[in-house]
Design a protein around this ligand. Sequence first.
Ligand code: ADP
Ligand code: ADP
Length: 223
Amino acid sequence: MELIQADNLSIKYPNSDVPVIVNTSFNVAKNEIFVLVGPSGCGKSTILQAIAGFISSDGVLKMNGETITGPDWQRGVVFQNSSLYPWLTVKDNVGFGLKVRKFPQKKIDSRVRYLLDLIGLSDQSQTKTFELSGGMRQRVAIARVLANNSPLLLMDEPFGALDAFTRAKMQGLILDIWRKEKTSIFMITHDLNEAIRCGNRIAIMNSHDKRIVKIMDNPFQDT
Ligand code: ADP
Ligand code: ADP
């Protein structure tokens, strides 16, 4: 079943006459990790933002058969530098959205406990997030999005600001989370190694065609 359907998608920013994306088509299937890879500036983030519903596009762009018209809880976004609430604890950052939606405190506590275990931060539950390392902050950002149970996780260069060692650990963590939570992931990266490590399917853009030029099953996938 297709989760995201994009047909002849074109995208132009309101402040410019030149389109950034022209007539690109792709689908994201339920439960897959779809990785979009390409050089900086080729338009990856623009496509992600259209899926998120932050910017408008021409052509067909649907989730579960319904046209995407704006941001909503069904598509959670993790950015390269996701901003957390620095003075709140790890636990309160992760549970924030559930609290806003008035979930009972007991439900929030158990969901947050589960997620902190999932991301390996149970011991930092009471730590304020400004005290965390970059890798830990990204873990919290991921858990905060997972708390909403969004069927699709959009990741915009999620590990781009991390050192190589932390980055490799985070790639492993994402694969763990994906196996346990059965979530669908659309991730963009300029790092081919990251695409090969994480993708079920890999979509490639270059710096001049303004569209995805190839989509393939990951030939190096070990699962
Ligand atoms: P990538 O994610 O692959 O690095 P982007 O999608 O961020 O690429 O950028 C693609 C192109 O769109 C670039 O030429 C960039 O300058 C342009 N662009 C990005 N954001 C905006 C914006 N808000 N307004 C106008 N042009 C933009
Ligand atoms: P408790 O006994 O502490 O309530 P549960 O096993 O019922 O613990 O899980 C607590 C919360 O964690 C649940 O409300 C559920 O949302 C979440 N949860 C538990 N297991 C999973 C799972 N496999 N996938 C997604 N969420 C889970």
